[in-house]
Write a protein of this length. Sequence first.
Length: 397
Amino acid sequence: MGEVLSHRRLSELIGAIYDCALDPGRWEGTLADVADTFDCAVVSLTLNDLHHNRFLINKAAGWQPELLRLKSERHVAEINARLTEWLSLQPSIDEMFVTSAHLSPDYIQASPYVEECLKPQGIVDIMHMFLMHTHRQFAEIGLGRHARQGVITAREIELGRLLLPHLRKAVTISDILDVSSIEQAHMAEVLDALRCGVVLTDERSGILHANRSAERMMSNGGPIRSIRRVLAASTSSASRELRKAIMHAARSETSFGETNTAIRLNDGDQPPAYAHVLPMATGDLRTRLQPNAVAAIFIGATDEQTGIGLLAKAFNLTAAEVRILESLMAGHTLAETAQHFGIARSTAKTHLDHIFAKTGVSRQTELVRLTMQLTQPVHTGPYDMAHPWPQQFGPPS
């Protein structure tokens, strides 16, 4: 197959996706660009609750508002049933679900969702790209084509494979930041307000800026090091992986999706600390932060005052349960978590169910929210009185 999209256009689109990591308010516009690139009429980004058959997140472009509301109110159960049924048979969530390929004509003809929501808009085919999947929820992007555009082809599937890792990274990084935008004029103050460590680097991993949390990690024997103002991890293997990710970010955002979503920075006998790397060399928003930076590295705090540490103490979580929670909070799926720790997926699921039972929640999103509520995302004290932060950096409601 020939080139499915020009390198320039692909780079522009990936840049817009990564800008969404820092400013989630850009998702609707970026989703519209994604739909246009795929030659699709409608697009949606949803987080589906499998327990209560509802959307926890539902961003869309191209959808008629009344039909989007009808989809949320009446048809989530049907959507969840078909997609999870198919996912359970797949070896990986990297596979695309295409309505015309994976549902029979008889089913499509009889489907209430198709009849009430898709036909009125002239939608004849939908491709679903999965961002994550657990036994209680999944997140996906659905792209629908109008009759005049025809059914999904191999081009759209190949393009989906190119964009999927970047979409996953953007969503993961956005989740670990309690921000909706960052302005250049207050860049240093804003980054200092974040509880997680943030380091901006050049392509050689040279440190251009480190916020207070990152500086503290580097000076107190934390998971990152400054070796003659070059960023390194506490292990040589993690340092190599980190340098590789930064070099990928500098050279081409189109290939950046090949790097790991989360890089573990320390040894297995220490509390896990993960780094998430965001490319900075292009994009409308990111280049305004530090023009010479090619990458921003976000490092989760690992002390007992983090939400995970407080949750573990408050609900008496076992060491195994804490490891599962830390991995999920770092953006890994349950399957990836099980593989990382060398245990069966059913064992990892059992640990997660025990966490649910102890904390009194029933969904992973509720668990994440509970953990984040125990984490104070900004530092408090006199410094805050002298430098008031934007509203979005306050504790989550």
